[in-house]
Design a protein around this ligand. Structure first.
Ligand code: NAP
Ligand code: MN
Length: 279
């Protein structure tokens, strides 16, 4: 399967009218922000932070994560593109030297919209309060708020294992090159709508026994994490982290929503993997 499986449609030149820019707080990113802003405005594009057709992220993958969380309410209408000012990124794949070409492409070229799967997290509470619905672009980690995580892991409502250890990590395909990789998870092509569960330092004995290998779940499977005693969990969602008290169940699955990237030129996933990790 090629990257064309990610393609949803070709967008004619001139379709992008409104844009916003998210940039990292460093001199090069700020300078590029100024340049791109001036050049796009000079070509009659409108700077609109509220309803952008295109969000340009300048910095690193972390900057794109930040931009994603700012615009999660507009995923059907906003496309993203990333410029990296440090090392090559998975989401930020344009270099600072290519900014003029990117501006030209935004103004005058047709482009492909490609979409990547996201992770949905449903946090359910013991008092049956409205669940929290969260979206991750990279991953969500589950830890105990106080010490060792002790929890049951269920797949499609059926008990799979009892986990005891530092935590669990649920990642998206594009997040598979981030924290998931550090946990020896597999790298997953983003044309596979799936989530990956990896363990963070599990303890194995006769009471607590885990499978040990990363699991890759398809789109139609849900995975649940249930407290055994302590109901307070620390959940990280990409770069954000907070404690959730009195949790009954946390459910993970491929989200209905997807993130859309404006692809002005091909840059296949495996080439990005090679260029980032092998050189
Ligand atoms: P950060 O501490 O600056 O990020 C850690 C590194 O992960 C940065 O080099 C970042 O790239 C890179 N990264 C982010 N998303 C990536 C992706 N999809 N593929 C490959 N590399 C990626 O914090 P941050 O920039 O806010 O990023 C948050 C992410 O850091 C989390 O979502 C998690 O995946 C990752 N993280 C990893 C570990 C670990 O591997 N042990 C631990 C905690 C968090 P940039 O420099 O381009 O931003
Ligand atoms: Mn970062």
């Amino acid at each position: 399967m090629s990257d064309s499986a990610l393609h949803i449609r070709n967008v004619p030149a001139g379709s992008l009218k409104k844009f916003a820019i998210e940039y990292k707080d460093d001199p090069l990113s700020s300078e590029l922000h100024r340049q791109i802003l001036d050049q796009l405005k000079a070509k009659q594009m409108i700077y609109d932070e509220n309803e952008p057709d295109l969000v340009i992220s300048i910095g690193g993958d972390g900057t794109l994560l930040h931009a994603f969380h700012t615009y999660t309410h507009r995923l059907n209408t906003t496309a993203f593109v990333g410029v990296h000012t440090g090392h090559l990124g998975f989401y930020a794949d344009w270099t600072s030297g290519e900014v003029d070409g990117l501006v030209e492409a935004i103004i005058g070229k047709s482009f492909d919209l490609v979409e990547y799967p996201l992770l949905h997290i449903g946090v359910h509470y013991s008092d049956n309060a409205k669940p929290d619905d969260l979206l991750a672009l990279n991953e969500c980690t589950v830890r105990s708020a106080s010490g060792l995580l002790v929890a049951d892991v269920l797949i499609k409502g059926e008990k799979f294992e009892s986990f005891r250890g530092d935590g669990l990590c649920f990642s998206t395909p594009t997040g598979s090159t981030a924290y998931n990789k550090g946990l020896s998870g597999a790298l997953v092509h983003p044309s596979l709508p799936s989530i990956q569960l990896t363990e963070i330092a599990s303890i194995n004995n006769r009471v607590f026994r885990t499978v040990g290998s990363p699991l890759i779940l398809p789109q139609h499977h849900r995975c649940q994490v249930m407290p055994v005693a302590d109901r307070a969990f620390t959940l990280s969602v990409d770069h954000l982290s907070r404690v959730h008290e009195d949790v009954k169940k946390i459910e993970f699955g491929v989200a209905e929503e997807r993130i859309r990237f404006a692809r002005f030129r091909p840059f296949p996933f495996w080439r990005r993997v090679r260029d980032s990790f092998i050189g």
